[in-house]
Ligand binder design. Structure first.
Ligand code: FPP
Length: 278
């Protein structure tokens, strides 16, 4: 389990540990070229490859991509079908490369409507890459933040609990689809719109938000670096004052509770830093 940003102040980081992206603008990219919208989605998959590579090279540990929202079923049937085909193709063709690169793949969302072929490919890919630790790539497919909260609440309240009238943040967080990842440090949305669109509603509580007019198929390494540079320029206060941040900057970087007490070592973070030192 990872610490919650409302309970423990995360240690400052030069490179965001977790980047979450809404990849928007594929349709407009295609329209500007008099191409069908699906050509934009195909080019979007190339931008996914480049961003994954860029995140590995920069030391990002978790990358989460919004590939298909619970609300995307409202699109024309042929476009929904092409998006599903692309997802299936990516699972069939890209997973071995991800595995060779040391990437762990996870898919979050309700996979049932995609059918058994895709669900089986996802299970196989997740099992194959489960032991990798260079980067955790999460694909949100038929995902919605409200869906996630509701499935977590339903599972939590269905299971026996010692004090069922007084659940904590930690109780709920354990049932969320992304309980295996820390909260995102940086949220990126391409394509010019400035909204969260029912993405990781719980986890974005203290995430730095970055919006760019760049359309997703044009999002390359330079654009990724601009997003990271913007993140770096932010003062992440987590409810504290600027003076407190400056005073803490002199001390060794460490996660802290609101009262300033050092938080318990996060086991996954400690393992990663030991591996890097080795
Ligand atoms: C939003 O652009 C994009 C999507 C709904 C799909 C994203 C899919 C990909 C990038 C390719 C597949 C990726 C994986 C991981 C298999 P839009 O269509 O809303 O663009 P618009 O706002 O310009 O119309």
């Amino acid at each position: 389990m990872f610490n919650s940003s409302t309970e423990v102040v995360p240690a400052p980081r030069v490179v965001p540990r977790h980047v979450a992206i809404i990849m928007d603008g594929n349709g407009r990219w295609a329209r500007a070229r008099f191409l069908p919208r699906v050509a934009g989605h195909r080019r979007g998959l190339e931008a996914v490859r480049e961003t994954v590579k860029g995140c590995v090279e920069r030391g990002v540990e978790f990358l989460t991509l919004f590939a298909f929202s619970s609300e995307n079923w409202r699109r024309p049937a042929d476009e929904v079908s092409v998006l599903q085909q692309l997802f299936r193709l990516a699972l069939e063709q890209e997973v071995s490369k991800l595995h060779e690169t040391g990437i762990r793949l996870r898919v979050i969302g309700d996979l049932a409507p995609f059918g058994e072929t895709i669900a089986a490919l996802v299970r196989k890919a997740e099992a194959l890459t489960a032991g990798n630790s260079r980067l955790t790539l999460s694909i949100a497919a038929n995902y919605g933040g409200r869906w996630d909260l509701m499935q977590a609440i339903n599972r939590m309240t269905r299971e026996p609990h010692p004090d069922a009238t007084d659940y904590s943040e930690q109780d709920l967080a354990r049932y969320l689809a992304m309980s295996y990842a820390p909260e995102p440090d940086l949220f990126v949305r391409t394509g010019g719109e400035q909204r969260i669109s029912n993405f990781l509603l719980w986890q974005l509580a203290y995430t730095e938000l970055y919006f760019t007019p760049t359309l997703w198929p044009d999002f390359g390494l330079g654009a990724l670096d601009e997003a990271i540079a913007s993140y770096r320029s932010r003062e992440r206060r987590f409810g504290r004052t600027s003076d407190q941040i400056l005073a803490a900057a002199g001390a060794a970087p460490q996660e802290r509770h609101a009262d300033g007490q050092a938080a318990a070592e996060d086991p996954q973070e400690a393992a990663v830093s030991r591996r890097r030192q080795a």
